[in-house]
Ligand binder design. Sequence first.
Ligand code: SF4
Ligand code: SF4
Length: 269
Amino acid sequence: MNLTLGKFTLIVVTRCNLRCKLCCEYTPQHKPFPDMTIDECRRILAALFDSVDYVTTTHLSGGGEPFLHPQLAELIDVVFEYNDKFDKCMLFTNSAVKPSQALLDAITRHSDKTIIQLSRYGINPERELEVLTALEATGASLKVEKYYGDNQSFGGWVNFGDWQERNRSTPELADVFANCAVTRDMRGNWRTRDGKTHWCSRSQRGMELGLIPDCSADYVDLLDDTSRDEKRFKFANIAARGFLSACDHCSGNQGTDDYGLRYQAAEQL
Ligand code: SF4
Ligand code: SF4
């Protein structure tokens, strides 16, 4: 049976030049891990495509601001060594870091399959325009999200809340999971920094930062010594289980249609 992931994210950095109060990665509150190395990227992708047949969109993202990674250009080239294994490669930026020439060249080389999402927070409008103009010249597809003033993208940000247990019942957890945008709209926002590949950011960041108990049933460790078949089974099983342990440590507001539960984006600490 074919195993395709809709999204697979490599978390290449966990540091950022901004300090957003509602950062869903909790980057301002925590010490960063070392940036992903080229070797780590190669090992994770080799293990991923040993277990998984195809990925619709491969993301290079954070944990933080990816354009801060000094070797992002090389990481993009490594991803494109698997060109026949994915439809699109997506990059993300907060539009507040000027891309290096090496990065612009790498994006240009792969522009036909690259999408860049620029979040514009209006914190430094001149820099945002400079970044946008430089990226436009690469020929990649751009997706600009406006997060300032009126009519913000998605009506603003959501708040995942604190990390305390909510003590939800099993039906309540199933309901939270099923109605979460990660499940309902994305069918999983698979992501990893160190090989442990989680369904959502809340699960991945919560466990790696020690904010919620480690639950190995909730992730696939691409770099452990379990077999290819066991990893494939686990990918399918996590999607089918109905909820994660992290769902009891989460507001469940990801993707809410209630705009009363949306907040001003990128308010700085
Ligand atoms: S730009 Fe803001 S939300 Fe994004 S990673 Fe940095 S601190 Fe977090
Ligand atoms: S932990 Fe939160 S973000 Fe993750 S699937 Fe559960 S409700 Fe959604």
